[in-house]
Ligand binder design. Structure first.
Ligand SMILES: NC(=O)c1ccc[n+]([C@@H]2O[C@H](COP(=O)([O-])OP(=O)(O)OC[C@H]3O[C@@H](n4cnc5c(N)ncnc54)[C@H](O)[C@@H]3O)[C@@H](O)[C@H]2O)c1
Length: 242
């Protein structure tokens, strides 16, 4: 079955490294996109606001449906990485990480599912992380938040498959975006050199580019992925979590 024309997508974190690539890749497939971010996103429609605001998240699916005249695809992509061992993290780190990485997708999915169900189905794609499946060192807040996104994905997939809503997640290892680059910069390291070193640690020879992740999102949102529901797709170039 071909994808229906003029599908409509809501993408969070649409002004970020992976988000921008997702918007572009969806556009290339003829999908109309509403982008959400702290700053204006380069999408058909742009909603600016803070995903830490519960009321903002709750309203997004209805707002996007009004703007685009429908809603078929949700991409929960916005996220932050909080570094440091548990003893180095604050209450504020906990609240901020959980609000953006977990509570926002929870609220957006909860508000979107009745809309998608009413329309006869749809696709939700969450951006988790391979660290949400295989924990790595020194990032307990990030790891637990991404594990929650992976669990939310599997749980919603079971509950809403009968509504023809497919929920899947992409779990990248390192991707060449500001998230990775600022990590090097804050540690006083040259981002270019850091990326080069990371590239050599990946069996496929390079870390992911945002487009590698965006293509997977487009696939999972499409009818080509019609039998995938509750899948956690690891995109890691064969690099395991170390
Ligand atoms: N870059 C990587 O190596 C990597 C690896 C695995 C998973 N991921 C995940 O991919 C997703 C995208 O990451 P990225 O690398 O593109 O990061 P990024 O920092 O380039 O983009 C994240 C975007 O989310 C937005 N955002 C953050 N907090 C927000 C808030 N409170 N309200 C509204 N928007 C907010 C930012 O403004 C930014 O545009 C994240 O969920 C991240 O955890 C990234």
């Amino acid at each position: 079955m071909a994808d229906s024309p003029n599908r409509k997508a809501l993408v969070t974190g649409a002004a970020g490294g992976i988000g921008r690539a997702i918007v572009k890749a969806l556009h290339a497939e003829g999908v109309i996109v509403t982008g959400v971010d702290l700053q204006e996103a380069d999408a058909d429609f742009s909603i600016t606001g803070d995903l830490r605001d519960p009321a903002f998240c709750d309203a997004l699916p209805t707002q996007a449906t009004r703007l685009m005249g429908g809603l078929d695809i949700i991409v929960n992509n916005a996220g932050i990485i909080t570094r440091g061992k548990i003893t180095e993290t604050s209450d504020n780190d906990y609240a901020r990480t959980m609000a953006i990485n977990v509570e926002a997708p929870f609220r957006i999915c909860r508000a979107a599912i009745p809309i998608l169900r009413e329309a006869g189905g749809g696709a939700i794609v969450n951006i988790a992380s391979c660290w949400g499946i295989h924990p790595g060192p020194n990032h307990p807040l990030y790891v637990m938040s991404k594990a929650a996104v992976a669990s939310l994905t599997q749980s919603l997939a079971i509950d809403h498959a009968p509504d023809q809503i497919r929920v899947n997640a992409v779990c990248p290892n390192e991707v060449n975006t500001p998230m990775i680059r600022t990590g090097f910069a804050t540690r006083g390291l040259d981002p270019e050199k850091g990326i080069e070193e990371l590239n050599s640690s990946v069996p496929l020879g390079r870390i992911a580019e945002p487009e590698d992740i965006a293509d997977l999102v487009v696939f999972l949102a499409s009818d080509k992925a019609r039998y995938l529901c509750g899948a956690l797709i690891e995109a890691n170039g064969a690099k395991t979590v170390q």
